[in-house]
Design a protein around this ligand. Sequence first.
Ligand SMILES: NC(=O)c1ccc[n+]([C@@H]2O[C@H](COP(=O)([O-])OP(=O)(O)OC[C@H]3O[C@@H](n4cnc5c(N)ncnc54)[C@H](OP(=O)(O)O)[C@@H]3O)[C@@H](O)[C@H]2O)c1
Length: 292
Amino acid sequence: MILVTGATGQYGAKAIEHLLKKGIAPQQIAALVRDAAKGQHLEEQGIDLRVGDYADVASLVTALQGVDKLLLVSSNDRGAVENRTAHHANAIRAAKEARVKHVVYTSFVTKPAYEDSAIAGFLDSHAQTEQLLQASGLAYTILQNGIYLEMIPLFAGDKVAETGIIRFPAQEGKASWVLREELAEAAAHVLTTEGHENQRYVLANAESASFRDIARNLSGILGKEISYQSPPVGEFQATLRQFGVPDVYIGMFTTWASAVAQGMMDVEDSTLEAFLGRKPTTTAQFLAQVYK
Ligand SMILES: NC(=O)c1ccc[n+]([C@@H]2O[C@H](COP(=O)([O-])OP(=O)(O)OC[C@H]3O[C@@H](n4cnc5c(N)ncnc54)[C@H](OP(=O)(O)O)[C@@H]3O)[C@@H](O)[C@H]2O)c1
């Protein structure tokens, strides 16, 4: 039995879809949800719905009974970053208690000296989870996922075609953007093939792209000049404030722009291609699909 957490989320849902595509019977798949009503469509497919919350270890121990492999999708808790670490620690503890054999964890790409980066807290939570897993005695696989391609339209803004400009303080930094669904497909590959025990994989694109590259690609796709400007952070934040963007999003955009500027997600790697058996979707291909 393979249990996928975050089954009502975008990545978890795709991981389940890809397990089914790879021939795993629905009866051999369990889905962890917080709210059973949100998982009804999964139950209708014959998937074993289990209710549990990362904040509640007892619920996780019950939910993990009879599970051999656990795909632990990292928490998206919007509160203090320590909440995420506590959620992951609870899941690992529960996996041990429920005698799960193998835990596959969705971590994030990282670099040496990440402690000085804009996403230090976030990376620290993943690093601590990786350490907990390694010390747990459970067989584990760590998937260091790259930044989702799906974040680009959020950062570039939805009016690029009209305004002809991307204003985002990412400077000339590049990132190895990767499609969320392909990361989920890679997880399904790891869960259904042998030899991944106690491995750590970087799952990112083989080509990185900057926002200047993105603007150049968009110019070709839209048939009009799209320029790129990287404003000073203070100016960027003031503009967002003027448009009534909530502070939590201003903080999030600034953090990710700075992390791109620092090259934190620029980690070209070919492991994903090997797991997919084809080249991952490139930034240019993704933009052509979204902005066509
Ligand atoms: N690589 C990247 O660029 C990137 C970008 C964004 C996020 N991430 C990370 O990757 C994860 C998966 O991405 P995604 O796009 O699928 O996120 P998502 O759509 O927001 O899904 C998150 C899932 O986690 C579940 N969840 C949240 N808190 C939980 C709790 N306390 N107990 C049990 N389940 C809980 C949610 O359940 P509900 O439906 O009940 O809320 C949802 O199913 C995220 O959670 C985040 O850690 C990575």
